[in-house]
Design a protein around this ligand. Structure first.
Ligand SMILES: [Zn+2]
Ligand SMILES: [Zn+2]
Length: 235
């Protein structure tokens, strides 16, 4: 029996013992997801957005946006699977603050469907390292947990040891847009070489883009040609 058959059987057994259940309403899940069809249809999907920075744009507006034309970001493009609104916010919070790992699996599978369709596959996925004090508090990095499922689904390797986040910066969530850029400067360092051409940085929520921009600058030092940003949600 090959691995594919073994995994197929394991899935059947798992679905029989723990049938997929909607994390949002408690109904039966569909397509093996912990979401029912009705809840999945109502997720806040991304509409028209700037291909460069991922910022939402009015329908028919030219891309890249005016701001990207004037000040191009240090990454090549940014794609977000969802808008940071309910119930996506509920799933992200369920993982971050409620430690519900079923939320990581669901977000990983949903984003895998989106990026499979909309993005060019990178050589590796690099989850944004968590601020060390946040990591101590939480015990896990939500972006890495989502990335594990994304990586397995898309069969793209994960690289989570090449970049580390230093102790110097304050947690970004407490700061204004301007303070975020200043606070995050120099926060990441390369721990080892990454010898690939194309990476996708994965973040759970991209707000001002300051964190992913700084990580992209750090990765450029490793002479990576193409750096994309994949966000589960864009605020
Ligand atoms: Zn539901
Ligand atoms: Zn833009």
């Amino acid at each position: 029996m090959n691995m594919k058959t073994v995994n197929g059987w394991l899935n059947i057994i798992q679905n029989w013992i723990y049938p997929p259940t909607c994390l949002l309403c408690g109904d039966s899940g569909e397509r093996g997801l912990d979401l029912c069809g009705a809840c999945e249809r109502h997720l806040p999907r991304t509409g028209t957005a700037c291909l460069r920075c991922g910022e939402a744009l009015p329908d028919g507006a030219p891309s890249p946006c005016g701001r990207c034309l004037q000040h191009p970001p240090p990454f090549d493009n940014c794609l977000a699977a969802f808008r940071y609104e309910e119930p996506i916010r509920h799933l992200i919070h369920g993982l971050k603050f409620g430690r519900r790992h079923a939320c990581a699996r669901t977000l990983g599978e949903l984003t895998a469907c989106y990026f499979r369709e909309h993005a060019e596959p990178p050589d590796v996925i690099v989850p944004v390292p968590l601020h060390p004090s946040r990591y101590r508090e939480r015990g896990f990095n939500q972006s890495l947990e989502i990335a594990r499922h994304l990586s397995r689904n898309l069969r793209i390797p994960l690289e989570f040891q090449a970049c580390a986040r230093g102790h110097t910066s304050r947690p970004q969530a407490e700061l204004s847009a301007k303070e975020r850029t200043k606070n995050i400067r120099g926060a990441f360092r390369l721990e080892r070489e990454i010898k690939v051409r194309h990476v996708a940085i994965l973040d759970d929520v991209v707000t001002t883009g300051a964190t992913v921009s700084e990580l992209a600058r750090t990765l450029r030092q490793a002479s990576i040609e193409r750096i994309d940003v994949w966000a589960v949600a864009r605020a």
